[in-house]
Design a protein around this ligand. Structure first.
Ligand code: ATP
Length: 290
């Protein structure tokens, strides 16, 4: 059976001054179109390395990544990446940051008016229409992440790769963006690989959670299917036995099966609400004068 995204037995060795370092050993993962996958595992196990190989930024030493029957060997707009630290161009406005990516991807395929509408539409999806002409320095961290997500979505990638996109945000802003991402996902049905250290985030957002073993030579330790109905509501889930069961499964994997006592894994309350988050965003707006 062919899969939309096939990460097939990938291994990678990095050259170091002490000789080759094998970071991944035969990581194997088949992903269906529209699936939301989270990668979780202790710090340094190799999550970003997997993502970088899928992005085409690193070459696997063994194995292959095949997307829609085509082998991935270099970066391309069919795989958009959102990093933890927003990577917006500071000299461009919010609108121009997204427009730049759209012009690169849709050169010759969309006319001026279509480009304008498409940029505006994607910024609307992440609720940033009110700040089109602001510069990155004039908006909060959460807003910058939203613009980064809009820019990635606007490229219409086959796969959205997210490397701890909410890791640097406060809990309420993070909750707000998680909800926004779930709404967008419901509308667009993207194929997503998300790296997170946050167990609640993984359970809330994912169709499957891929739990990686500790490195070196890390691989897939276990895969947990999250069969919670959508749309998912964080407040309702806080009292759900199924939700808490999934959460416990991931925590057990991390703290018992792959114990690494000196590394923090975030397992916070799932009860931060979008309203709280909006409140925080407003406070942040005041701080930055948005
Ligand atoms: N370019 C590189 N050269 C040498 N070693 C590397 C390189 N990139 C990653 N590594 C090593 O590979 C291992 C996996 O790193 P990676 O960044 O993928 O882990 P991670 O699970 O994403 O970590 P974290 O959760 O802390 O971000 C680490 O031991 C890291 O030091």
């Amino acid at each position: 059976m062919s899969h939309y995204l096939d990460i097939s037995h990938i291994s990678i060795e990095f050259p170091t001054k002490n000789g080759p370092f094998k970071a991944l050993d035969k990581v194997d993962l088949k992903i269906a179109r529209g699936e939301f996958i989270s990668l979780i595992g202790h710090s340094g196990c190799g999550k970003s390395t997997v993502l970088n190989i899928v992005a085409g930024l690193y070459q696997a030493t063994e194995g292959a990544v095949v997307l829609e029957s085509k082998e991935v060997n270099e970066p391309g707009p069919d795989r958009a990446v959102v990093f933890q630290n927003h990577s917006l161009f500071p000299w461009l406005t919010v609108y121009e940051n997204v427009e730049l990516a759209v012009k690169q991807v849709f050169k010759g395929k969309k006319n001026k008016a279509e480009i304008r509408d498409w940029v505006a539409h994607n910024l609307e999806l992440v609720h940033m229409s009110h700040a089109l002409h602001k510069y990155p320095a004039e908006i909060s961290g959460g807003m910058k992440q939203r613009v980064g997500i809009a820019r990635a979505l606007a490229m219409e990638p086959k796969v959205l790769l997210m490397d701890e996109p909410f890791g640097a945000l406060d809990a309420l802003t993070r909750a707000h963006l998680q909800d926004a991402l779930m709404e967008i996902q419901a509308e667009l049905n993207n194929t997503v690989i998300l790296i997170t250290h946050d167990v609640d985030e993984a359970v809330l957002l994912s169709d499957r959670i891929v739990m990686m073993t500790n490195g070196p030579a890390a691989s897939v330790g276990d895969i947990l299917s999250i069969d919670l109905p959508r749309p998912r509501d964080r407040l309702a889930l806080a009292d759900s036995p199924d939700y808490n069961h999934y959460r416990a499964e991931v925590l057990t994997f991390l703290h018992q099966k792959q114990a690494k006592p000196d590394v923090p894994i975030v397992a916070k309350s799932a009860t931060a609400t979008p309203a709280d988050a909006a409140d925080t965003d407003q406070k942040l707006d005041k701080v930055v004068g948005a």
